[in-house]
Write a protein that binds this ligand. Structure first.
Ligand SMILES: [Zn+2]
Ligand SMILES: [Zn+2]
Ligand SMILES: [Zn+2]
Ligand SMILES: [Zn+2]
Length: 221
């Protein structure tokens, strides 16, 4: 069954777009909305897009201060999208390539057009692609190291059982057979039992390992 793709909002001007139009829009919107006081290299901001390598429904458009480390980005991604039980993770120049030291800074690993791979959990892996779109000068909102400028709206996933309701649970057992999305009604008498059910979360890790989106949040330094 296909995803329906709801529109996602630009956080700067609140306009709504479908996936593709968003990047084009943000390039313009960032130029308009950035606070560009003091145009120096120290104010370098990287506009990057993080997306699920296999499912374009999940993406984050971010503005990062150039001095931010990969480690900080790793924590940020765990916090918003990935953390279930503290698995290992890595940034790489290409899939299965050499790991990049997490102490490195965004401005030293990215330039416009460059791309990194990221993996969380080397067993039930969630693979992300991180693309640098452009560099701007200015300040982020409240001087945050990472500012979210857009995030995908939650995909509406139909129930695999009745095909009618919207899935709010996923069965960890059935998902191995590419099914297991369940609406509230169908979840009640699902054969695998309650303990197999995970909540559907707006994350590429939904239904994987024990991901519930409720992990004790790691502190961002
Ligand atoms: Zn906008
Ligand atoms: Zn886990
Ligand atoms: Zn159903
Ligand atoms: Zn099941």
């Amino acid at each position: 069954m296909e995803y329906q793709t709801p529109k996602s909002k630009c956080q700067l001007c609140k306009s709504e777009f479908t996936g593709r139009g968003l990047t084009k829009h943000l390039k313009l919107c960032l130029t308009k909305h950035l606070d560009r006081k003091g145009k120096t290299r120290t104010n370098e901001l990287f506009y990057i897009v993080v997306s699920d390598t296999y499912d374009s429904a999940y993406f984050l458009h971010l503005l990062l201060q150039g001095n931010t480390t990969l480690e900080y980005l790793d924590n940020f991604l765990r916090d918003i999208w990935l953390e279930c039980c503290g698995h290992l993770s890595a940034f790489m120049y290409e899939r299965f390539g050499n790991e990049i030291n997490m102490k490195r800074k965004i401005k030293d690993v990215f330039e416009p057009g460059s791309k990194l791979s990221y993996e969380y959990d080397f067993g039930s892996t969630t693979a992300l692609t991180i693309k640098a779109i452009d560099v701007y000068y200015g300040s982020t909102d409240k001087n945050k190291k990472i500012q979210i400028v857009a995030r995908n709206a939650q995909p509406l996933i139909p129930c695999d059982n009745c095909g009618q309701g919207q899935a709010i649970w996923i069965c960890a057992e059935c998902q191995w057979n590419e099914s297991g999305w369940l609406c509230e009604r169908c979840a009640e008498d699902h054969e695998c039992g309650d303990e197999m059910l995970l909540p559907v979360v707006n994350s590429p890790r939904t239904g994987v390992c024990g991901y519930t989106g409720q992990y004790m949040r790691t502190k961002l330094r």
